[in-house]
Ligand binder design. Structure first.
Ligand code: ADP
Ligand code: ZN
Ligand code: ZN
Length: 751
């Protein structure tokens, strides 16, 4: 037998199958990892067995597999198929695609099974006969401790550790040693699993009687064709999670397994406890805060079917669960499902593929689906499930908008409008809690007039222009338009036209100016870097240890605290004019999400949004909780400007300490690609599908002392799209430039 092996080296030069003989009697199957001699020096190297074959390549003397690395297959057949698709779809090496399927530390054997030494009787020993040798003729023990220990082990019937025995029989150590030496007791290593829940027990919950909308959704999920995609659009608090859990129950009841993806940031104990409360120990959790050992053990619990429900962040989409029947992606619109490191996969796309391979169903859920997903559902590519009402008639919170321009003109220069400062004060006085949310993202900033709210936008693209400090210009990332930054507002003549970023610290300081004794907690990337910092902060806030939680994006997700009755959005516009075509969409999603944190229980909730653009659709329609209204306007706009889902962007990056090297490489690549695309598209009359190709400085032109240039290509989505992509990527493969840093389709941000 011959094993075809991918060597675990992520280099395109070795990115192919190598043949190795399997020595007689060595048990090897596809999906196993092996050690093989590789390269000129026959260096022992790790590899993945992809398939077995009988046919030898003629005339070539093959090397042999040295040994299997594990005595089980680490990859299921479906994962091999998935990896092969990933390397094609995301243009990465097969080794890269295979690596993401296994715990990183498995490679190089940097993580081990955890074992405990346990004591048990030798099953072949005649214990009674041995016992008599321990006693004198008259039956009194010669070695009383040994008799005591032996009695305990014999009658207990369990495997005990040395510590167990010592705690029952103090000072048993030497007796134990003697018995082990005489081989009446044997000491062995038994594998255990590390427990990421630290033994915390969770109260089991029973399923709710479903409401009509939930029942209808569940029925459609359970009767959907295998491999199909469903989109569950349900407002915050409409009972989506309950539907997820009952759909998982259905999958489990037919012997299947399920994967639930949630955004990393909302993978809080609150979330995982809900699933553990319903399904107990069959739930495994995968997220980035696990130790290597814990991750390895959770992965093995899944691999050996001890866990049948996986709750995890993005990469849990690769969990080695056999008999997968259901994949759920909660908050499917979240940008964090897109990987930012190689391979730059989208967990939603991978899940779709995995569903197609295994016949599982894919359920996407959100209160604010991504425009693209909702568009596909409308076009019947996905099955659309709607849950428009909150459970038990809990009303949606009241959302008020404060126009900060008016505040500014009335002489209020602070971060807090009068309305917000009054609302926080009375909320705290009532003994209730508030969340202050700061919408802040990236470094890019738009230019805006504080007096009249005027925003500089691109004439061609209808997105905000980005202020570039280094040359004091306003630029568009999509078409390259450049304007000098004016000194005065063209609308009202005011000179207050630079956007100023606000930090959580500033908000905290100004809040203390209003309420000197207020207890606050800050949650941002500074305060949540530690292992459990995020959880600890949330726990503290949930326990009522602070009146006000101030935070960035992190506070928006998944929080369900009954005592929170006020949510203040300090400044809504910083993502709104975040010069990205998705900025309206993201703002609408984010504001809806934060608003959903208020008044989830009996007490009525209130939301205050501070903005300079109250009339903007992302804000105006958020106050009405009108996703569909927002979708209709936004999708019309996208169609009009030919932005995704009607088109797609491809971006290649060129980075160098030498500005001219980076810019020349980008320029050369743009020329090559443009020629080749036109040569392919023109003969079939499709040259207009190349909507735009430009090269120039990236919005963040210099980072870490290096210059960054980008080639951006915008293409109409059509039957020719995959051909166009092939052309672009094969041109990228041929790039002979040290500056080249990769090519991405629809990158999550254009910075
Ligand atoms: P979502 O995930 O859509 O935000 P949840 O699933 O968290 O909504 O549901 C909101 C609240 O309603 C939760 O406290 C949940 O336990 C409760 N709930 C869900 N379904 C039902 C039901 N059928 N009957 C009663 N309460 C329910
Ligand atoms: Zn103005
Ligand atoms: Zn433009």
């Amino acid at each position: 037998m011959i094993a075809k092996v991918i060597i675990d080296i992520a280099n395109t030069n070795v990115d192919r199958l190598y043949s190795y003989c399997i020595p007689d009697g060595m048990p090897i199957s596809p999906g196993q990892r092996v050690l093989v001699p590789f390269g000129r020096g026959n260096k022992p190297t790790e590899g993945f067995v992809i398939l077995l074959t009988e046919d030898a390549d003629v005339g070539i003397e093959l090397k042999s597999v040295i040994r299997p690395l594990e005595n089980y297959t680490v990859l299921l057949d479906e994962q091999l198929a998935l990896a092969s698709w990933i390397s094609r779809a995301y243009r990465c090496t097969k080794a890269d695609a295979l690596r993401i399927m296994i715990p990183a530390k498995l490679r190089g054997a940097r993580v081990k099974e955890k074992t405990v030494r346990t004591i048990r009787l030798d099953p072949n020993a005649d214990v009674d006969a041995f016992m008599t040798t321990l006693c004198k003729k008259d039956g009194t023990p010669k070695a009383p401790k040994q008799v005591e220990v032996l009695d305990l082990v014999k009658n207990c019937g369990l495997e005990l550790t040395r510590a167990d025995i010592n705690s029952i029989i103090p000072g048993a150590a030497s007796a134990l040693n003697a018995l082990v030496k005489k081989s009446i007791l044997i000491e062995t290593d038994r594998e255990t699993y590390r427990d990421p829940f630290l033994g915390r027990k969770i109260k089991r919950t029973a399923p709710f009687e479903l409401l009509d909308d939930q029942r209808a959704a569940l029925d459609k999920i359970n009767s959907a064709p295998s491999g199909s995609v469903l989109l569950l659009h349900g407002v915050t608090g409409s009972g989506k999670t309950e539907v997820y859990m009952q759909a998982i129950s259905s999958a489990l009841s037919i012997g299947g397994g399920a994967i639930v993806l949630v955004p990393e940031i909302s993978l809080t104990p609150q979330t995982t406890d809900r699933f553990r409360g319903r399904f107990g120990d069959t739930v495994a959790v995968l997220h980035s805060h696990l130790s290597d050992g814990e991750r390895f053990d959770e992965w093995r619990r899944i691999r050996f079917s001890r866990a049948r429900v996986v709750v995890g962040a993005r990469s849990a989409v690769f969990a080695p669960i056999e008999g997968l029947k259901l994949i759920i992606i909660d908050e499917e619109h979240e940008p964090s499902y897109q990987s930012e490191i190689t391979p730059k996969y989208s967990a939603v796309e991978v899940a779709k593929r995995r569903a197609a391979i295994t016949g599982a169903r894919l359920l996407l859920g959100s209160a604010t689906p991504s425009l693209t997903s909702y568009y596909r559902a409308k076009r019947k590519q996905y099955t659309l499930l709607e849950m428009p009402n909150r459970i038990n008639g809990v009303p949606m919170p009241r959302v008020d908008v404060v126009d900060m321009r008016t505040e500014f003109l009335a002489g209020n220069n602070s971060i807090f409008s009068k309305a917000l400062s009054d609302a926080v004060t009375s909320c705290v006085e009532r003994g209730e809690q508030a969340i202050l949310f700061l919408n802040r993202r990236g470094y890019s900033s738009h230019a805006e007039c504080r007096a009249c709210g005027f925003v500089f936008t691109c004439r061609n693209c209808d997105v905000a222009l980005t202020y570039h400090k280094y040359d004091n210009t306003l630029r568009c990332h999509y078409c390259g338009e450049v304007l000098p930054m004016p000194r005065l507002c063209p609308e009202c003549g005011s000179e207050f036209i630079k956007y100023m970023g606000i930090g959580t610290q500033q908000v905290e300081e100004q809040l203390k100016g209003i309420l000197p004794n207020v207890k606050t907690l800050r949650m941002d990337t500074d305060t949540t870097s530690g292992k459990n910092a995020h959880r600890d902060l949330l726990d503290a806030f949930t326990r009522g240890e602070a009146d006000v939680l101030i935070g960035t994006q992190m506070v928006a997700k998944g929080l369900d605290i009954p005592n929170v009755t006020l949510v203040g959005v300090v400044f809504a516009d910083s993502t709104l004019f975040h010069s990205d075509y998705r900025s309206s969409e993201r703002t609408f999603q984010l504001l809806t999400q934060v608003a959903g944190r208020a008044g989830r229980a009996e007490k009525e909730g209130r939301v205050i949004i501070q903005t300079n653009a109250p009339e903007h659709r992302a804000i105006a329609l958020c106050t009405k909780h009108d996703y569909i209204g927002f979708y209709n306007i936004e999708i019309g706009d996208r169609m009009h400007t030919l932005f995704p889902p009607f088109s797609f962007f491809v971006r290649s990056m060129f980075v160098s300490r030498s500005e001219s090297a980076a810019s020349k490489s980008a320029e050369r690549f743009a020329e090559t690609v443009s020629e080749r695309l036109l040569a392919a598209l023109s003969p079939i009359g499709a040259e207009k599908e190349l909507l735009l190709i430009m090269n120039g400085a990236a919005p963040i032109k210099r980072r870490d002392g290096e210059y960054r240039y980008a080639v951006i290509i915008k293409l109409l989505r059509s039957v020719h799209s995959s051909m166009a992509l092939d052309i672009i990527f094969s041109a990228a493969d041929e790039i002979d430039s040290e500056c080249y840093r990769g090519t991405e389709v629809n990158p999550q941000d254009m910075l």
